[in-house]
Design a protein around this ligand. Structure first.
Ligand SMILES: Cc1ncc(COP(=O)(O)O)c(C=O)c1O
Length: 367
């Protein structure tokens, strides 16, 4: 039976065909979001295993709203709200579910949503649950365009959603957006998937980087599968908003609680990151300096987009780099407007290897 062969053929013709692959463990990973190389660090893992063994319960068994809420979740949420200085925190199964849940739950009838045009697919897809006239997409990182839209809005509640560091362009959020949101009494969601662990004096993300004290109109979303080296997500907000999410966010109510292993692993990983933040910050800065020197590219975080433009060529350069044992992401439309290589100089990759990689990258790109 050929149910989708025509669509697959079209995708292939456009050089947009994707497939999941297994990579050899000998390759040097410059593609994943494991910014701090915590995924290879045995310390949080060993602590997690020892603690779970002591507790003797290994699975959450149910939704948090039934009896799946465990002390492991409670303690992790307390750690999160304390370090980020938010009133309350709630764990969620993944970043995708967190964005989906936030947008589906918070935008009620009569409310309007204002999304940055580069906002992650998990937020974009949730807008399909809203009425068309409730959703406004504003030009990427433009406080001026956002302000125009907010000025014209007659909505009961206005909710703005941005990312701390954008997942594909690597841009940091425009600080002025925080001020515009405040001026219009709107709610601000900040997705810190790619900024936690990477920017700020304490590596806590853009609130930390911009020195912004969380207010009752702020919501911060963080993921655990990137710099934290685990899996899952969390939402930080006021007591009132978290309570509302417990009552309305479907991924909180109708999904099994976050795995106990992943929650505990994230707890120990975050404690480890904070204990070692000086050394991590130094390693991050060294890697940023190399990109600045070789590619004249300055980014606040550790996402380096290398624009290539052509779908076929981006795959060709990626494959050539792989022959030299380096893995990078080759990102094509529709994920991005123009094909690019997405390079993540993780702190676990040595500076020597990174210099070798950058020389190769420049050679392949210019040939
Ligand atoms: C900006 C952003 N938000 C949310 C997500 C989804 O998070 P998760 O992988 O935990 O589902 C991702 C990536 O996967 C992301 O890049």
């Amino acid at each position: 039976m050929n149910f989708y062969s025509q669509e697959l053929e079209t995708i292939t013709k456009r050089n947009r065909f994707r497939t999941r692959r297994l990579f050899g463990s000998n390759l040097i990973d410059l593609a994943s979001n494991d910014y701090l190389s915590i995924s290879e660090n045995p310390i949080p893992f060993e602590r997690t295993v020892a603690k779970l063994r002591e507790i003797g319960q290994f699975s959450p068994k149910a939704s948090m709203l039934v009896n799946g809420y465990h002390e492991i979740h409670y303690n992790f949420e307390r750690l999160l709200s304390e370090i980020h200085q938010f009133e309350s925190a709630i764990v969620v199964g993944s970043g995708f579910l967190a964005n989906f849940g936030l947008i589906e739950a918070l935008i009620r009838s009569g409310d309007e949503l204002f999304l940055d045009s580069e906002y992650h697919a998990s937020g974009m897809v949730a807008t399909r649950l809203l009425k068309k006239n409730q959703v406004h997409i504003f030009p990427h990182n433009s406080p001026e365009e956002l302000e125009k839209l907010l000025r014209n809005s007659k909505a009961k509640r206005r909710i703005v959603a941005i990312e701390g560091i954008y997942s594909m362009s690597g841009d940091i959020a425009n600080r002025d957006i925080f001020d515009v949101v405040d001026r219009y009494g709107a709610i601000l969601i900040v997705d810190e998937a790619h900024s936690f662990g990477v920017v700020g004096d304490n590596l806590l993300g853009v609130f930390d980087y911009f020195n912004i004290k969380p207010q009752p109109n702020h919501i911060k979303m963080g993921t655990l599968g990137k710099a934290v080296g685990s899996y899952g997500a969390y939402i930080l907000a006021s007591n009132e908003i978290v309570s509302f999410l417990e009552n309305r966010a479907k991924p909180v109510i109708y999904s099994t609680a976050l795995s106990l292993f992943d929650t505990l692993l994230a707890h120990f990983s975050i404690s480890y990151i904070l204990e070692n933040r000086e050394s991590f910050r130094k390693k991050i800065d060294e890697r940023k300096e190399l990109f600045s020197r070789y590619c004249n590219l300055q980014k606040e975080g550790l996402i380096y987009p290398i624009e290539i433009g052509d779908n076929r060529r981006v795959i060709e350069i990626r494959d050539n780099l792989e022959k030299e044992e380096f893995i990078v992401g080759a990102i094509r439309p529709p994920t991005v407007e123009k094909a690019l290589l997405r390079v993540i100089p993780r702190v676990g990759v040595s500076l020597e290897d990174l210099e070798k990689f950058l020389s190769l990258l420049l050679r392949f790109r210019n040939s």
